[in-house]
Design a protein around this ligand. Structure first.
Ligand code: HEM
Length: 164
């Protein structure tokens, strides 16, 4: 393992340096190279934040991007999942810094949501109409709802059978 790991890298470095000093044009080109991505020059120490919010709503990739249409993910042709393989949908990020808690996060969301929907029906309070529900977001590390959500649970399938 030591031989396989050190000899190979040392020989490659050795030859790379030999080729560079023998070809000064290439040496200079490599030394002059700066970090440039898609035509943008990225200076050292730049902090870059990926705007996942905008990417996940980009009309170039999403039909009716601002509409709640979860059925879009059932569409076989879409073939997009949340696991970081499809860059147009990155709720957990992608690449080597992808969210390491993805499986835990999914269980944390899916299980309670399934139980909320299976055991209860949900109504809005005081005769509020569903189209009146305020959906504005607040700014922050996560896009939380602007105000608290008030909903009235109506038992549909109790956890325990009714006592006789
Ligand atoms: C629905 C739930 C969750 C969502 C939507 C979510 C989303 C994200 C996103 C977008 C990132 C940034 C990824 C990137 O930089 O490309 C991230 C990073 C991270 N998440 Fe999550 N996350 C969730 C749950 C969790 C849970 C349950 C844990 C821990 C138990 C967790 C731990 C972390 C950590 C440690 C990082 C930083 C990883 C790094 O920078 O290398 N997350 N998450």
């Amino acid at each position: 393992m030591l031989g396989g790991g050190s000899e190979t890298s040392a020989t490659t470095l050795d030859w790379a340096m030999a080729e560079m000093v023998k070809n000064p044009r290439i040496l200079k080109k490599v030394q002059d190279e700066k970090c440039e991505i898609n035509g943008y020059e990225i200076p050292v120490d730049t902090k870059i934040i990926v705007n996942a919010w905008a990417i996940n709503r980009d009309p170039k990739y999403w039909r009716n991007p601002d509409c709640f249409e979860p059925e879009r993910f059932l569409d076989d042709n879409l073939g997009v999942d949340y696991k970081g393989n499809h860059f147009e949908y990155i709720p957990f990020g992608a690449g080597r810094r992808i969210c390491p808690g993805m499986a835990f996060g999914m269980a944390n969301v899916e299980l309670p949501l399934a139980m909320f929907l299976y055991h209860f029906d949900w109504k809005l309070p005081a005769g509020m109409k569903h189209e009146e529900l305020d959906m504005s977001e607040s700014f922050g590390a996560t896009a939380r709802r602007n105000g608290d959500l008030f909903v009235v649970p109506v038992i549909k399938r109790p956890l325990l059978p009714p006592v006789k």
